[in-house]
Design a protein around this ligand. Structure first.
Ligand SMILES: Nc1ncnc2c1ncn2[C@@H]1O[C@H](COP(=O)(O)OP(=O)(O)O)[C@@H](O)[C@H]1O
Ligand SMILES: Cc1cn([C@H]2C[C@H](O)[C@@H](COP(=O)(O)O)O2)c(=O)[nH]c1=O
Length: 196
């Protein structure tokens, strides 16, 4: 988390739109829990930057969905199929990600951008993001800044006591950390659990 994934996706979306291409942006409905109704039709990064398309935009949309199938996309399924570009944020929450992305790229000829977490706070695979790797033209792994020592961050450490894998949130629940700080925190936590 905090690696700049959403910010990077926003730049890709803005570049495609500047070239006159229609972009359909899909994000997780879970973001609505975190940011409120505003998150239904806007991409939102941790620094508050937002990308929203207005009514005058050429068929491009930002939509928060539960699933990537016709049930999730509902009335927007045709607009999604018709877009030149499909961009998916928070892809770790999307079931059937690889079949969806493959259909977009290979049956519909769309340009597809997908951004999401490959691993959860335990550093285990998160949703279907890793299933895309063998299908991609390009993979970019971004890094943020370790919240504890300032080195580059690689992992998301959960700072709140909860063991649910899916736990929507930001700085209140997670900190981006480097390997050394992740391992040090895990060792501390294991130590305090065994002392109890
Ligand atoms: N520790 C951090 N490392 C990097 N960026 C951070 C950090 N804390 C806050 N930020 C902010 O988060 C922004 C990136 O947010 P975002 O694009 O939403 O990342 P992601 O989608 O990977 O979680 C940065 O531009 C920066 O303003
Ligand atoms: C590590 C981890 C994250 N989440 C949630 C927390 C946020 O709502 C998103 C990640 O958003 P970001 O744009 O990458 O910052 O995922 C989770 O549910 N479980 C986890 O283990």
């Amino acid at each position: 988390m905090f690696a700049g994934k959403t910010t990077h996706l926003m730049r890709c979306v803005e570049r495609e739109r500047a070239r006159g291409r229609t972009v359909f942006v899909i994000k997780s409905e879970l973001d609505v829990e975190r940011f409120g109704e505003d998150a239904r039709d806007a991409l939102i990064a941790h620094d508050g930057k937002r990308v929203r398309f207005d009514a005058s935009d050429d068929g491009g949309r930002v939509r928060a969905v539960r699933t990537l199938d016709a049930a999730g996309l509902g009335a927007d399924a045709a607009a999604c199929d018709a877009a030149d570009v499909v961009a998916v944020d928070e892809a770790q929450f999307m079931g059937d990600l690889a079949p969806f992305a493959r259909r977009c790229a290979e049956e519909l000829g769309q340009t597809v951008y997908v951004c999401g977490l490959d691993g959860d706070y335990r550093r285990e695979r998160f949703g279907g993001v890793l299933d895309l790797i063998p299908l991609c033209d390009t993979v970019t792994r971004l890094r943020g800044t370790c919240a504890e020592c300032g080195d580059e961050s690689l992992f998301s450490r959960r700072v709140e006591a909860s063991e649910d894998v899916v736990r929507v949130g930001g700085r209140d629940k997670y900190a981006p950390v480097c390997r050394a700080c992740y391992v040090a925190a895990s060792t501390r936590e294991r130590g305090s659990a065994s002392a109890r």
